[in-house]
Design a protein around this ligand. Structure first.
Ligand code: HEM
Length: 338
């Protein structure tokens, strides 16, 4: 099967949100309270992708980083107003997230008319090109703590047992881990996230001290892009070279050939179960990856869902906003105004 360009395939692959069978989330949740929400979000996402086709990667990553900490409750969108009260956004793993400006722009438009959806759906909706079938009704959280993000988000140097256990902690299994790592088929990474594999890997310090799990030719290419030391630390490198704006199963083909960029990608070969999924996905049609990725994204979207009386609904925004501002937090998330 041929590869899909990012624009339509993002919508396809992000069926995670569209296809959720989560009983407590409901399609049409905002049809009365904010009927124009979907069309506004669709329009803004379409416009953003036309201007910056690579925006899909950053948005996908925002979704992952939000979901792993207290579920996809948009707590990642909260800004701290005091140094003594850092939020998730301030945590080191979130330092280089991009795409907040787009979410803010959508929020600004939604705030003009009608009543508020909670911010979580906005961050989620912003990850797809919106359709009418995603169940809504998710409540946003009101707690955002930097140390939780640091503890719960997997590190690029994580080994397979740490990865499995961090995914298990949020109710995701080894298959989810492999499928969701497939998100690395799009986007860029800074050199500093993988130069530890290229130079002085074991601390020996000579020129051959490199990560043995990294394929030699790829290693040489990465070395040519990222010099040792700090000069190139913030240089961006395509995670799926030549295909980094295309959502396809090439990530698994690379990992299977020991060309995964991060230690966490390479680690997927270190366990019989995760390795078998990598090989299977590398050898399957894209359609298999799209279907299973969508299922895994639904699983991630359902981590610790707040519904009903948990969390807060859009209509309680003003009170919650005051509460949060008292605690030094500013609400950045999107809402429709009554
Ligand atoms: C399994 C554990 C994971 C680790 C250790 C990890 C780590 C990373 C790192 C270090 C970067 C580069 C960040 C930068 O340099 O700015 C990155 C980028 C990215 N990650 Fe992951 N990630 C993981 C899982 C996921 C998941 C589950 C998704 C989504 C389903 C995802 C989607 C992305 C995307 C799309 C980018 C590119 C972002 C951009 O272009 O700005 N990652 N990841």
């Amino acid at each position: 099967m041929g590869r899909l360009s990012l624009l339509p395939s993002l919508a396809l692959s992000l069926l995670f949100v569209l296809g959720s069978a989560e009983a407590q989330l409901r399609i049409g949740f905002y049809s009365k309270s904010c009927p124009q929400a979907e069309s506004i979000i669709t329009e803004e996402i379409d416009r953003a992708i036309r201007v910056a086709p690579s925006i899909g990667g950053p948005l996908l990553r925002i979704f992952f980083h939000d979901c792993f900490v207290r579920g996809c409750d948009a707590s990642l969108l909260l800004n701290s107003t005091s140094a003594s009260n850092p939020t998730e956004k301030d945590a080191r793993p979130n330092q280089f997230l991009r795409g907040f400006a787009l979410i803010d722009r959508i929020k600004a438009r939604l705030e003009r008319p009608a009543p508020p959806p909670s911010p979580a759906p906005i961050s989620l909706l912003s990850l797809r090109e919106t359709s009418c079938t995603r169940p809504h009704g998710r409540r946003d959280g009101s707690v955002s703590i930097d140390t939780e993000a640091l503890r719960l988000l997997p590190a690029f140097s994580a080994n397979i047992s740490t990865l499995k256990s961090q995914f298990d902690d949020v109710g995701l299994d080894s298959k989810d881990l492999v499928l969701l790592s497939g998100g690395h088929t799009i986007g860029n990474a800074h050199c500093f996230t993988f130069t530890g594999r290229l130079y002085n890997f074991s601390g020996r310090g000579d020129n051959s001290d490199t990560d043995p799990s990294l394929e030699r030719n790829y290693l040489a290419k990465l070395r040519a892009k990222c010099a040792q030391g700090t000069s190139d630390a913030l240089k961006l490198v395509e995670m799926d070279p030549g295909s980094f704006t295309t959502f396809d199963n090439s990530y698994f083909k690379l990992v299977a050939k020991r060309r995964g960029l991060f230690q966490s990608d390479a680690a997927l070969l270190d366990d019989a179960d995760t390795r078998s999924h990598v090989i299977r996905l590398a050898e399957s049609d894209n359609s298999v990856f799209f279907r299973e990725f969508a299922e895994a994204m639904v699983n991630m979207g359902n981590i610790a869902v707040l519904t009903g009386s948990q969390g807060r609904s859009g209509r309680t925004v003003p009170a919650s906003t005051r509460e949060r501002e008292k605690r030094g937090l500013i609400v950045l998330s999107a809402s429709c105004r009554e």
